[in-house]
Design a protein around this ligand. Structure first.
Ligand SMILES: *[C@@H]1O[C@H](CO)[C@@H](O)[C@H](O)[C@H]1NC(C)=O
Ligand SMILES: *[C@@H]1O[C@H](CO)[C@@H](O)[C@H](O)[C@H]1NC(C)=O
Ligand SMILES: *[C@@H]1O[C@H](CO)[C@@H](O)[C@H](O)[C@H]1NC(C)=O
Ligand SMILES: *[C@@H]1O[C@H](CO)[C@@H](O)[C@H](O)[C@H]1NC(C)=O
Ligand SMILES: *[C@@H]1O[C@H](CO)[C@@H](O)[C@H](O)[C@H]1NC(C)=O
Ligand SMILES: *[C@@H]1O[C@H](CO)[C@@H](O)[C@H](O)[C@H]1NC(C)=O
Ligand SMILES: *[C@@H]1O[C@H](CO)[C@@H](O)[C@H](O)[C@H]1NC(C)=O
Ligand SMILES: *[C@@H]1O[C@H](CO)[C@@H](O)[C@H](O)[C@H]1NC(C)=O
Ligand SMILES: *[C@@H]1O[C@H](CO)[C@@H](O)[C@H](O)[C@H]1NC(C)=O
Length: 360
């Protein structure tokens, strides 16, 4: 027993000594060369570089901290903190070595043609804050390790071909997430039931995917949300009254989401709301049009009716608004509230004159 304990402590001491030795620079821990090889691995995985940017600029003649799109921290060993290859027309894949850039906080390769799978090693980037891959061609399941990077604040994977489902509890590992933009991919499965735990979320876009199931109740807890896009999915059930708790919401789009039931009146008490798009659902509620008038008619009517560059836009908006208001007054609940036909005709004539004067 005692001998076993002594042996254990001897081994532990040797391990600790070895660790000190490495930390003091006596060994192979050159993280600078590790970062350099990670970047060179990325360079070698790029198959098309129309402006030869990486070919000419990413040269080992000079420190990688001077390479285009690369930024380093200023103290100690040179370590990559930021990689920005935005909109360079690049084609290629992301090698697993990227996971070695352990000081990386900002990764932006949006607007290129990167494809292939995202390596699970991305989950090793323990300091990552911004992960921007939107508008690329990435083909396969998203490695769930990414949803374990607790430092992450922005995830933008918009418009790729990523698939897979979101783990139900993914928010518990992402306490700082303010933006989750996954629209226009091939994600499937239920919207995570515990989504309400991502308390810092300000922008959430899951639209244009294959999500199924109900909108989770906890969504009403996301009181910092400014934009919410859930449309173009195969959801079911009704719009939740809890959505009225979203006091900061400016844009809500649930177009073509297979939702049923009536539109909760709580939605209309969100005074910050600027865009509300509920088209192509099976929702009922005439008061929807009436209430929406207060928020500006432009945002709720069919996009094809009014096109901003189609002159004279303002006059047309005025005309359409007038007709809609009239339609509402004609369809009021009680007969006493409805306009009589003579007044309706007079009003329509006025609108017609207005339209011909301003838009003719
Ligand atoms: C670490 O690697 C870099 C890049 O390869 C090199 O310039 C530097 O001399 C290396 N440092 C040490 C201490 O070996
Ligand atoms: C690479 O690009 C950066 C940023 O434009 C520039 O400062 C640097 O001199 C370039 N290096 C080479 C070798 O072209
Ligand atoms: C790098 O150095 C080599 C030889 O030292 C030289 O031939 C080459 O032109 C240099 N490349 C750049 C991009 O400066
Ligand atoms: C970097 O990453 C690769 C692949 O994930 C790994 O094989 C390699 O050992 C890592 N370390 C260094 C120092 O390159
Ligand atoms: C990516 O970089 C481009 C160009 O610098 C910038 O406009 C864009 O906002 C960046 N994306 C993110 C998420 O930071
Ligand atoms: C994410 O973290 C949780 C808890 O720490 C762990 O159980 C899970 O295996 C991790 N998942 C991945 C893909 O790393
Ligand atoms: C996605 O990006 C491609 C270009 O890479 C574009 O053609 C397509 O319209 C975009 N999809 C959406 C929904 O915007
Ligand atoms: C929403 O927040 C309340 C109060 O913090 C909490 O009790 C409730 O469980 C949360 N609901 C969901 C569905 O997360
Ligand atoms: C659409 O909603 C209905 C009723 O809630 C549901 O039965 C159906 O499965 C949904 N359709 C799809 C494709 O999910």
């Amino acid at each position: 027993m005692e001998k076993a304990a002594t042996t254990f402590f001897s081994i532990a001491s040797v391990l600790m000594l070895m660790q000190c030795f490495l930390a003091l620079g006596g060994g192979a821990a050159n993280y600078t060369s590790s970062d350099e090889s990670a970047l060179l691995a990325l360079k070698s995985h790029i198959t098309y570089d129309p402006n030869h940017v990486l070919a000419t600029n990413w040269s080992t003649n000079t420190s990688f901290c001077n390479w285009l799109g690369v930024s380093c921290r200023r103290r100690g060993q040179n370590r990559v903190t930021s990689l920005n290859l935005f909109n360079m027309g690049l084609k290629g894949t992301i090698p697993p070595q990227i996971g070695n850039l352990s000081f990386l906080t900002y990764f932006n390769i949006s607007y290129n043609h990167f494809n292939g799978h995202l390596p699970a090693e991305l989950g090793q980037l323990r300091r990552l804050k911004v992960f921007a891959l939107q508008i690329n061609d990435f083909s396969g399941d998203i490695p769930t390790s990414i949803f374990n990077v607790s430092s992450i604040q922005w995830i933008n994977l918009w418009n790729n071909s990523l698939s897979g489902s979101l783990p139900n509890y993914f928010c518990s590992h992402l306490p700082k997430l303010t933006m989750l933009w996954l629209g226009f991919n091939e994600f499937s499965g239920d919207i995570p039931s515990h989504l309400g735990e991502c308390r810092q979320l300000q922008h959430l876009a899951l639209d244009g995917n294959r999500f199924t199931g109900f909108i989770p109740r906890g969504i009403g807890n996301l009181t910092l949300l400014k934009s919410l896009y859930l449309g173009r999915n195969n959801l079911q059930g009704e719009l939740l009254p809890e959505m009225g708790n979203l006091r900061s919401l400016e844009e809500l789009s649930l177009i073509s989401a297979n939702l049923t039931g009536s539109i909760p009146s709580s939605l209309f008490s969100i005074s910050s709301l600027k865009v509300l798009d509920l088209r192509s659902n099976k929702l009922s509620g005439k008061h929807w049009v009436a209430n929406s008038i207060c928020y500006g008619v432009v945002e709720i009517i069919d996009a094809n009716l009014l096109i901003p560059n189609d002159e004279p836009y303002a006059a047309k908006v005025q005309c359409v608004s007038a007709i809609m208001e009239l339609a509402l007054r004609c369809s009021a609940d009680s007969p006493e509230e409805r306009m009589n036909m003579r007044d309706v005709l007079a009003a329509l004539k006025k609108i017609k004159i207005l339209y011909l004067t301003n838009c003719g």
